[in-house]
Write a protein that binds this ligand. Structure first.
Ligand code: F6R
Length: 256
């Protein structure tokens, strides 16, 4: 088991480092399936992957989650986000990009089908963000480490955090389909990226708190091969300082 934490100065550096893991696997012929997260955290990773101009022949992409209850084609549905931020820039064929069906009439059957597809393909590199609640995917606190793809209720905190993507707070879905913690755990490698002060408590709980479903991201410490990439603000709650550039020490007023 390997868990490495690196603190990098900017979102761009985080994007480059995370992309290099994916591109190295691709170049070595070991990337058949890439797991993608949506949201703000991995945007630079996708920009770097697109800029690399690599050939993605044969690579399948699986998203972590999808809202339940949005109209088909809604621009903030994760199907639309993955299409815009991953499929199009990388030039992937739509048939190779998979997002849970949050609009299925039988959601349980759709979850089971998604879980089966993931089990059959296996994810080589899974990109992850972390929520302020400590969620990975949409596995909110209390999600068992044995959980699989299923319908979940989002916490009030997550709904509030995601309101920035919607015109009105009441438009934010309250439910989602998400890969479970055990589903995510099956990936061969995981790369989690986090930026900003708002993630500091969750990052600290995940890396230094109890390994417990109360912080689903703490499950990372039970996975085989994990790289955590943080900016100084997201790392600011850690007591054991990891490698990488530190937050610059404030210059005392008298020394300026
Ligand atoms: C999204 C997902 C979530 C986000 C997390 C952080 O597919 O699975 O776990 O990664 O909510 O979101 P951002 O990056 O927007 O802060």
């Amino acid at each position: 088991m390997r868990l490495e934490v690196e603190v990098l100065a900017t979102a761009e550096e985080i994007g480059r480092r995370a992309a290099s893991v994916v591109l190295d696997e691709l170049a070595a012929g070991r990337l058949r399936t890439l797991g993608v997260a949506t949201g703000s955290s991995p945007e630079q990773v996708y920009a770097e992957l697109a800029a690399a101009g690599a050939r993605w022949d044969g690579v399948e992409v699986f998203a972590l989650d999808e809202y339940v209850g949005l109209a088909p084609g809604h621009p903030q549905s994760y199907a639309a986000v993955v299409d815009r931020e991953v499929r199009e820039p990388l030039g992937l064929d739509a048939s190779r990009v998979h997002v849970p069906d949050g609009g299925a009439e039988d959601l349980d059957a759709a979850c089971a089908a998604y879980e089966r597809a993931l089990e059959e393909r296996g994810v080589d590199v899974q990109l992850l963000g972390i929520g302020a609640t400590g969620h990975i995917g949409f596995n909110e606190p209390g999600s068992p480490f044995s959980s699989r793809t299923r319908v979940v209720e989002l916490t009030g905190r997550t709904v509030a955090d995601n309101a920035r993507f919607f015109d009105r707070p009441e438009d934010v879905p309250r439910r989602a389909v998400t890969q479970g913690v055990a589903t995510i755990a099956r990936a061969r490698r995981h790369v989690l990226v986090a930026q900003g002060e708002g993630k500091a408590d969750a990052v600290r709980a995940a890396l230094e708190g109890e390994v417990s479903p109360e912080c689903p991201a703490s499950a990372l410490r039970t996975f085989d091969d994990v790289l955590v990439l943080l900016d100084p603000a997201a790392a600011s709650g850690l007591t054991e300082r990891p490698a990488g550039p530190r937050r610059p020490r404030p210059v005392p007023a008298g020394a300026r």
